[in-house]
Design a protein. Structure first.
Length: 251
C-alpha cells in the first residue's frame, strides 16, 4: 500500500524546481495531482510534467492559475473539485524573490513578493479548507524558508513573506485542528533550483556553503521527501510545526 493511495493533492507553482519534485513524489506514492503554473512560457514544461505523472498510474492535470490572485484561486479550487472530486492535500509552494537592499527596494517589488509568497497562501488555504472541513480531514503544507526564520540582508521582503507564512500556519493549525485538518510549514535552506542558480556562481555561494554542516546545498527531492512526510499519515500527530530542511544551516 502506497502512503497516499487515492488521495488528491494540489501543488502550486509546480512546473519546475521544488514544486515539480513534490508533484512527482506525491504521485509516486499514489496521489492524484492537480498542479499550477503561472506564465505561458511554463506551459510546455507543465504539459511534460503532467504526462510524466500520468505514467505513474495516477490522474494529473496542469492548471494555469496565478496564486497571488484571490479570484483565480477560487476558480482553480472549484475546477479541481469538479475534475478530481476532492482535495486532501494542499501544498502552497509558489514563490518568488526580488532581492534588494531596503534602500533600493520599491513598493512594487515589496507588494509583488508579499502577494506571490504570502497572500497566495491565504488565497489557497481559504478555498481548500471548505472541502477539507466537509471531509473532516486534510493536510496543508506551506513552503516557508530558513530566511523567514533567520532573516537575510538584501532579502527583507522575502524574509517577511516567509515569516508571515509561519504565523499563518500556526494560526490555521489552531483554528482547524479540531476538524482534523493539519497545517505545517517547511523551511528549506539553500536548495539547487532556478531560484538559487547564483549559488553555483562564485563567492556568495561558497560563503553559504561554509555555513552548512552537511557541506552541500540541498536537492529539490529532499524537500519533496519532507513534504511527503507532512502530507501522509506518517505525520498524523504533527500540526502547527515548521520543519527546517536546511542541512543544519546556521546563518
Ligand atoms: P522556482 O523559481 O524554481 O519555482 C517557483 C515556481 O513558482 C515557478 O514554477 C514559478 O513559475 C511559480 N510561481 C511564481 N509565481 C507564481 C504565482 N503567482 N502563481 C503560481 N505559480 C507561481 O523556485 P523553487 O526554488 O522551486 O522554490 C519553490 C518554493 O520553495 C518557493 O516558495 C521558494 O520561496 C521556496 N524556497 C526555495 C528555496 C531554494 O533554495 N530554492 C529555499 C527556501 C524556500
Amino acid at each position: 500500500m502506497k502512503l497516499l493511495e487515492g488521495k488528491v493533492a494540489i501543488v502550486t507553482g509546480a512546473a519546475r524546481g521544488i514544486g515539480a519534485a513534490i508533484a512527482l513524489k506525491l504521485a509516486e506514492q499514489g496521489a492524484h495531482i492537480a498542479f499550477t503554473y503561472v506564465s505561458d512560457s511554463s506551459a510546455d514544461k507543465a504539459a511534460v510534467l503532467e504526462a510524466e505523472i500520468k505514467k505513474l498510474g495516477v490522474n494529473a492535470k496542469a492548471y494555469k492559475a496565478n496564486a497571488a490572485d484571490f479570484g483565480a484561486c477560487e476558480i482553480l479550487v472549484n475546477d479541481v473539485l469538479t475534475n478530481f472530486g476532492a482535495i486532501d492535500i494542499c501544498v502552497n509552494n509558489a514563490g518568488i524573490s526580488k532581492d534588494n537592499l531596503l534602500l533600493r527596494m520599491t513598493a512594487e517589488q515589496w507588494d509583488e513578493v508579499m502577494d506571490t509568497n504570502l497572500k497566495s497562501v491565504f488565497n489557497m488555504t481559504k478555498q481548500v479548507i471548505r472541502p477539507m472541513m466537509k471531509a473532516k480531514s486534510g493536510s496543508i503544507i506551506n513552503m516557508s524558508s530558513i530566511i523567514g526564520i533567520r532573516g537575510n540582508a538584501g532579502q527583507s521582503s522575502y524574509a517577511a513573506s516567509k515569516a508571515g507564512i509561519i504565523g499563518f500556519t500556526k494560526s490555521i493549525a489552531l483554528e482547524l485542528g479540531s476538524r482534523n485538518i493539519r497545517c505545517n510549514a517547511i523551511a528549506p535552506g539553500f536548495i539547487e533550483t532556478d531560484m538559487t542558480h547564483y549559488l553555483n556562481e562564485g563567492e556568495a555561494g561558497k560563503a553559504f556553503l561554509d555555513k552548512i554542516p552537511l557541506g552541500r546545498f540541498g536537492k529539490a527531492e529532499e524537500i519533496a521527501n519532507t513534504t511527503l512526510y507532512l502530507a501522509s499519515e506518517l505525520s498524523s500527530y504533527v500540526t502547527g510545526q515548521v520543519i527546517s530542511a536546511c542541512g543544519g544551516l546556521n546563518i
